[in-house]
Design a protein around this ligand. Structure first.
Ligand SMILES: [Zn+2]
Length: 358
């Protein structure tokens, strides 16, 4: 059940008196007193990056991003400037970015692991000026535990923050928005339960280096709703809830519950992946991000309204089609529960139509 409780007046006042300029906020609607939910579609990056199947060609990625924007997605993580040696799925990101048809009001973000990645993006933007811009946002990432950061980035969390600070600064100076990820915010495949104070400290450091939003990731998908609630409450002690996003994976089947829990605790931005694309290479058995279709379905007819550019929201039926289409390109079925149910319903209805004509 969703709580319809309003947030305490103190938080609303604090939000409206915030030092954060409105231009740096995702939208004014992200103020937690509103019931507008922003979706960050991470399928083309976080999703595809962690898929073990065939490498998706550049043209298909471009089509995926264009279709997502057409279905109403306004925040799309489009790719990553990492070495294709390490992450073959992300090869060709420059060509993907050059190939998309940017729509107004859609933010196309690119993950950059270091200064070199940012330089690559900036030189691409310099060579291909367009209105609207091909990309106006980078994402950077670190993790709440040293063990996970070492496995991913070969350094401690503190060292990774030190390396990221000049990247964030250069991006902000260039007029790009910077979004920070805290991986393993709830549970870590190496250390188990995470000390949420660490999650809070890392989130605050990302905020201090200029991130307009910090995405708290249950990267391995082990978090239970009550743990997610505790983690968010801890982080909120230091970072305004308007700056936080929830990023959940569905390994143990708790992702949608965790999304609803995050909303109850004031978060209004949710990362999700069409077709439930994704996984985690450092955590055997980890499944993809919560499926965008499942989040859209869960919020239909609730007190929350999903922001989007297709008649003011994101079109669930179109997302179902995209989820199946891209999953079939990977040689498998869509893992979105809503996506599967809606396709089954459509088939049943089509069969009934044929029968009624007989
Ligand atoms: Zn993820």
């Amino acid at each position: 059940m969703l709580s319809s409780k309003l947030l305490p007046a103190s938080r609303i006042l604090r939000a409206s008196g915030s030092s954060l300029s409105s231009s740096r906020r995702r939208t004014l609607a992200t103020v937690a007193s509103s019931n507008v939910v922003n979706i960050v579609e991470v399928g083309p990056r976080d999703g595809l990056q962690n898929e073990k199947g065939s490498v998706i060609p550049v043209d298909t990625k471009i089509e995926l991003i264009n279709r997502l924007a057409k279905a109403g997605a306004m925040n799309i993580e489009a790719g990553s400037f990492v070495s294709p040696k390490w992450v073959p799925q992300m090869g060709g990101t420059a060509d993907v970015i050059k190939g998309i048809r940017p729509l107004p009001n859609v933010h196309y973000a690119v993950l950059v692991p270091n200064k070199r990645g940012l330089d690559d993006l900036i030189s691409l933007l310099d060579q291909h000026t367009s209105h609207p811009s091909l990309s106006d946002e980078i994402s950077i990432f670190t993790a709440a535990t040293d063990q996970f950061t070492r496995a991913n980035l070969n350094c401690t969390t503190a060292e990774s923050l030190e390396r990221l600070a000049p990247v964030a600064k250069a991006a902000v100076n260039r007029g790009l928005r910077v979004r920070g990820y805290v991986s393993v915010a709830v549970a870590c495949p190496y250390t188990g339960k995470v000390d949420y104070k660490r999650t809070r400290e890392v989130a605050a450091k990302l905020r201090d280096m200029g991130c307009y939003e910090i995405s708290l990731g249950d990267t391995v998908g082990q978090g239970r709703p009550w743990e997610v609630a505790e983690m968010i409450e801890e982080v909120k002690k230091e970072v305004e809830v308007e700056m936080l996003a929830g990023h959940f994976h569905d390994t143990y089947g708790t992702a949608v519950s965790n999304v609803l829990t995050a909303l109850q605790h004031g978060i209004r931005t949710i990362d999700s992946s069409v077709g439930g694309l994704g996984g985690c290479p450092y955590s055997p058995g980890a499944t993809g991000n919560v499926a965008t279709e499942d989040v859209l379905y869960a919020l239909q007819d609730s007190q929350y309204k999903v922001a989007g550019s297709a008649n003011g929201t994101i079109n669930l039926e179109q997302m179902v089609d995209i989820g199946w289409w891209i999953s079939e390109k990977l040689g498998r079925e869509s893992v979105s529960r809503a996506g599967r149910a809606i396709r089954a319903r459509r088939r049943r209805e089509a069969e009934q139509k044929v029968k009624s004509k007989l």
